[in-house]
Design a protein around this ligand. Structure first.
Ligand SMILES: [Zn+2]
Ligand SMILES: [Zn+2]
Length: 137
């Protein structure tokens, strides 16, 4: 993978890719899937592959710069890493940030799972139902 002499250039290209991916993700409130983000990033970096976008999203998530939201069979991404809840429409599968007014009520304490070897990496509530567009139908 790392050809001597090319390493530096490849490294710069890699960090540029990650920058663009994060910028695009931060510009969206729609919690895109990796393929949706790929379509946007490709407009700026035409030679990038879906695999590269996916790998970078995984890395950003591990670095705490993005979060993964599991929506049934697929994963959505969010650059807003603050604790907030989501609403998913079960008809169109879109996801919104959702204010549940949790600030005013005490946050439920995470279960004590330490001794069983479970590691909690994130906590959010996913509400589901129908959005105004789909509910009206
Ligand atoms: Zn909907
Ligand atoms: Zn969100």
């Amino acid at each position: 993978m790392n050809t001597p002499g090319l390493g530096r250039r490849a490294g710069q290209r890699r960090s540029r890719q990650r920058e663009v991916i994060l910028e695009e993700l931060r510009g969206l409130k729609t919690h895109p899937r990796s393929d949706e983000l790929y379509a946007l990033v490709r407009q700026r970096l035409p030679r990038i592959s879906l695999g590269t976008v996916y790998r970078n999203l995984d890395l950003l998530q591990r670095e705490g710069q993005a979060i993964e939201i599991y929506c049934g069979d697929f994963v959505r991404y969010d650059a807003d890493v603050s604790t907030h809840d989501h609403f998913m429409c079960r008809a169109c599968l879109r996801v919104w940030d959702f204010e549940s007014g949790r600030e005013s009520s005490p946050e439920p304490a995470p279960p004590d799972l330490d001794r069983d070897g479970f590691v909690i990496e994130s906590q959010y509530t996913m509400f589901s139902g129908t959005c105004p567009d789909c509910g009206a139908r």
